[in-house]
Design a protein around this ligand. Structure first.
Ligand code: GLC
Length: 425
């Protein structure tokens, strides 16, 4: 059974392979996405290690001079997606967006290196990539944490990777949508509109893009100028863990300066993460930096922080919180608490279960002593695949497939889980 699943997953990945990068899925997302690529590299590493490295190398080749790694790289023109390069206008030779996405590259590189058979060759590749990844992490703390709190903010919901999460509702209330240029969405022609963000939210997304464009995409200005400025525990958790992995890899390369800087960034971030603990909910929650308030939104962002090797007591509480969510749905881990009024089982990040997040939570929980819950999450993930194929995301109540189909990172996670986590399929 598991070999058949692996073969199917591999086929999905190969169909979305464009040679040096993969598209998340044909039609809906026809370019290279940042964290999709890093997680897809994990899938490739089990059947084509060379291709895994190339996926990350292509992504990092489009890093900006200031260190940012953009969230989309528009390798080939395709008018099936909105907003395209003409809206972003970032002035790059190969166009990119002007915002970023969760920093999973450092995390992925550590796994690629560990899996590489030819360590000497892997170290040559790492020596080129590691300074770039470290520069990206430095970019984060310089530009998105200008007051040195230890936690970085996102300035656009798309940066979080959880586009329309309830976490962003309050922050988006502060985004004025007057004057946004008229536009036609393309996503709703590829996927069921009931599974996608609302038109009102789209206006906010585009308003922010136009506003940042008006500021010349100058990252030294954007954090303070943005009316939307949110600190996401999951986003920070991923960055912290990636800083740790960059430090580990730098030690392997005997680069003591990167190693000590990265270690310090991780330690500061991990200490500051505690300020996002929400005792009433028993999980981390987002901090609205623009409004100066810790939110009460019970989303998966606060569970994803488990990836940061959080204290064992916190991991234990997160596992209990996930067990409670398990009583309220059929397939862990819903992206929003089904008991909350804003839960929507079909709408993207407002309820559905996503395999990539499941994998990252399970990875973190098992390292922090919560192996049983980690295994349960992974087992649910495989049940979803068996029931509904390689979808973009799933209804956590019924397990029905939602959004796009034949999804690259979902397939990559299936290979990764089956090859590394010893979950029976
Ligand atoms: C959606 C997701 C985001 C992902 C992208 C491509 O925008 O919210 O996390 O990177 O699709 O799959």
């Amino acid at each position: 059974m598991s070999q058949a699943l692996i073969d199917q997953a591999r086929k999905v990945m190969e169909n979305n392979d464009r040679g040096t990068y993969t598209v998340p899925t044909h039609g809906l997302y026809p370019f290279q996405w940042n964290w999709d690529s890093a997680l897809s590299a994990l899938g490739f590493s089990h059947f084509n290690m060379e291709r895994a490295w190339v996926e990350v190398e292509t992504l990092m080749a489009h890093q900006w001079v200031d260190g940012m790694v953009p969230h989309i790289i528009f390798h080939e023109p395709d008018d099936g997606y909105f907003p395209g390069p003409d809206v972003w206008q970032t002035g790059r030779v190969v166009p990119t967006t002007g915002i970023t996405q969760p920093a999973v590259v450092g995390f992925a590189l550590r796994k690629l290196y560990d899996r590489a058979e030819d360590k000497a060759a892997a170290r040559v590749r790492l020596a080129k990539l590691l300074p770039k990844v470290h520069a990206w992490h430095q970019w984060f703390y310089r530009n998105r944490d200008p007051n040195g709190t230890g936690l970085v903010a996102i300035i656009h919901p798309w940066e979080s990777g959880r586009d329309n999460s309830v976490d962003w509702d309050e922050g988006l209330d502060a985004v004025p949508i007057e004057g946004v240029a008229p536009f036609t969405r393309r996503d709703t022609t590829h996927a069921n509109p009931d599974h996608r963000p609302s038109d009102e939210q789209y206006k906010c997304y585009i308003w922010l893009v136009e506003y940042f464009r008006g500021l010349g995409w100058d990252n030294a200005k954007l954090h303070d100028a943005s009316p939307f400025c949110l600190v996401d525990p999951g986003f920070n958790g991923i960055l912290i863990r990636s800083c740790d992995q960059v430090a580990d890899l730098a030690e392997i390369l005997c680069d003591t300066s990167i190693a000590s800087e990265a270690r310090e960034m991780a330690a500061n971030g991990r200490a500051a993460l505690e300020s996002l603990w929400n005792p009433a909910l028993g999980q981390y929650t987002c901090y609205n930096r623009a409004a100066g308030r810790l939110q009460d939104t019970p989303t998966i962002g606060g569970l994803l922080a488990a990836i940061a090797d959080v204290p064992h007591g916190r991991a234990d509480a997160l596992a209990r919180r996930i067990a409670l969510l398990g009583e309220r749905c059929g397939y862990l881990v819903p992206s929003h608490d089904p008991a909350d009024g804003a839960f929507d089982s079909l709408r993207y990040w407002r309820g559905p279960t996503w395999l990539i997040v499941n994998y990252l939570i399970a990875e973190g929980l098992s390292r922090s002593g919560q192996r049983e819950m980690a295994q349960r999450i992974l087992a649910d993930s495989l049940k979803l695949i068996q029931k509904s194929g390689f979808a973009e995301y799933y209804d956590p109540m019924s397990g029905e497939p939602c959004g796009g189909s034949s999804f690259t990172w979902t397939a990559a996670m299936v290979i990764e889980i089956l090859k590394t986590k010893r979950v029976p399929a």
